[in-house]
Structures are given as structure tokens and as C-alpha cells.
Design a protein around this ligand. Structure first.
Ligand SMILES: O=C(O)CCC(=O)C(=O)O
Length: 245
């Protein structure tokens, strides 16, 4: 798989227009509503005001997000990298602001320098066209092999970052160890991205989605994605993979 090879060698890869633009526009309207409404939104201090984060928009409108969570282009790579049965760890939406460049960071908690051994796979769904002017995410090619976390306050202080210019409906896949950062939005419109994270079956997901059945019942593989079908094999020397029902 060419895209998997690119993910492992560069730290990120992408598919253009993995959902159609009508679908992306429906998600955009929903995220705009959420931002102006009562959902748990906030400006993340970690990124010094450069990012608005909205957690779990799919709780309100699960049908809009299912095709992203279970998109076959993503799930085939998740199966290869994380091995089945991988779990759904988190869903969030992120908008760029005009405040500043974001802080380079990695999402997978610890830097794992062997690409194949990453515990997390992250996706950034472009709900708007992603451009340099509206804050397309910076990714640092090869940074996933450093075995360290970046230590600079803002993306403009770290050379070598690449911003992908992508049409709405595209998806970027990146490893838990890949350095990235949000960029400033110099336009007055909103640039939304939806980030969906998957993890290995033995890693604790960020959110416990078994508590929101309405969020997940429409997922085709929801028992597997939520880790509800896990049964460690006996004897213990066989416990490299979980068994599933
Ligand atoms: O929205 C973006 O461009 C970046 C999001 C991000 O850094 C993250 O969710 O970890």
C-alpha cells in the first residue's frame, strides 16, 4: 500500500476528497452551530489561543460523522498499522484563529521512533478547503523518527514544516509521533478540521464512548471500535492480539 508506506516514511499521508463536498458542508453547518451553542467548546490554552476545539460533535449528530469514523480508506490503514481490533479513541473539531502560530506537538503522548510501533493513528478531515491563508496544519516530514517532542513555542520558530493545500472533504492521516501544529488564519472565514483518533486495542481510549450509545450505535463495527468484544486469550503467551466475538 503506497499510502501506508508514505505514512511510515514521512509521518503523514493524505487522500483528496474522501467525502464529497456536500457532506463536508453539512458538517461545517453543524460545527458552526455547535460553536455558537452550548457544546463544550473552548480556546485551548496549550495553543495560546490559536485554536478553537470542540469535543465530540458526533454526540449531537452521529449520522454526519459515521462515514468519517468508518471511512474505508482510513480503516484499511488503521488495520495494518494498529492491527485489528483497533479502537476509536477520540473525535474533536478544530478551527484556526488569527491569534498566532500554534505550538508544535505530537498527539500520541510519547514519541515512538519506530514508525510501525506507533500506538495511535490520527486523522485530520478538511471540512473547509485547507489553504496557507486560512491556517492549514503544519506537518514536519520525518519528525516521527526523532524520538523526541518539539520544544519551541510556535510553528514559525521551527523550520521544515509543510502545509498541505487540500480541497474540502480530504483527509490527512498522521502518526502519534508526528510533529504538527495549527497555523494562523489570515482570512475572516472559519477553517474547520475534524480530528478522529484510533489506538491499539490495549491502549486506553481518550473518551469512553460506551456511555453514549446514541453516538455509536450507528457504527457498523461499534462493538469492536469501542473495545466491547475484547477477550484476552488463554494461555498468556498468546496475548499478542485480543480475541473478538
Ligand atoms: O487544526 C489543526 O490544524 C491542528 C489540530 C491539532 O494540532 C490537534 O488536534 O492536535
Amino acid at each position: 500500500m503506497e499510502k501506508l508506506q508514505e505514512l511510515l516514511s514521512q509521518g503523514f499521508t493524505h487522500f483528496e476528497k474522501a467525502i464529497d463536498s456536500d457532506h463536508a458542508e453539512k458538517i461545517k453547518s453543524h460545527l458552526d452551530e455547535c460553536k455558537n451553542g452550548s457544546m463544550g467548546t473552548g480556546v485551548d490554552n496549550f495553543t495560546n489561543g490559536s485554536q478553537i476545539i470542540l469535543y465530540n460533535p458526533q454526540v449531537e449528530k452521529p449520522d454526519l460523522y459515521t462515514a468519517l469514523i468508518e471511512n474505508p480508506l482510513v480503516t484499511s490503514i488503521a488495520s495494518s498499522l494498529l492491527q485489528d481490533p483497533y479502537l476509536l479513541s477520540s473525535v474533536a473539531a478544530s478551527a484556526s484563529t488569527d491569534a498566532d502560530y500554534g505550538r508544535p506537538h505530537l498527539d500520541g503522548r510519547i514519541p515512538i521512533s519506530v514508525p510501525e510501533q506507533n500506538t495511535h493513528l490520527h486523522t485530520m478531515w478538511c471540512i473547509d478547503d485547507f489553504t496557507i491563508e486560512n491556517g492549514s496544519t503544519f506537518f514536519w516530514p520525518g519528525s516521527h523518527k526523532n524520538g523526541t517532542k518539539p520544544d519551541v513555542p510556535t510553528a514559525d520558530k521551527l523550520p521544515g514544516g509543510k502545509q498541505l493545500v487540500l480541497p474540502k472533504g480530504s483527509v490527512v492521516l498522521f502518526l502519534g509521533s508526528t510533529w504538527h501544529a495549527i497555523a494562523p488564519n489570515f482570512l475572516r472565514n472559519t477553517r474547520w478540521g475534524v480530528t478522529i483518533t484510533y489506538c491499539r486495542w490495549w491502549v486506553k481510549p481518550t473518551f469512553d464512548y460506551s456511555k453514549n450509545e446514541n453516538t455509536t450505535f450507528n457504527l457498523k463495527n461499534y462493538r469492536s471500535l469501542l473495545g466491547l468484544n475484547s477477550l484476552p486469550p488463554v494461555p498468556s503467551q498468546g496475548r499478542f492480539l485480543t480475541l473478538t466475538d
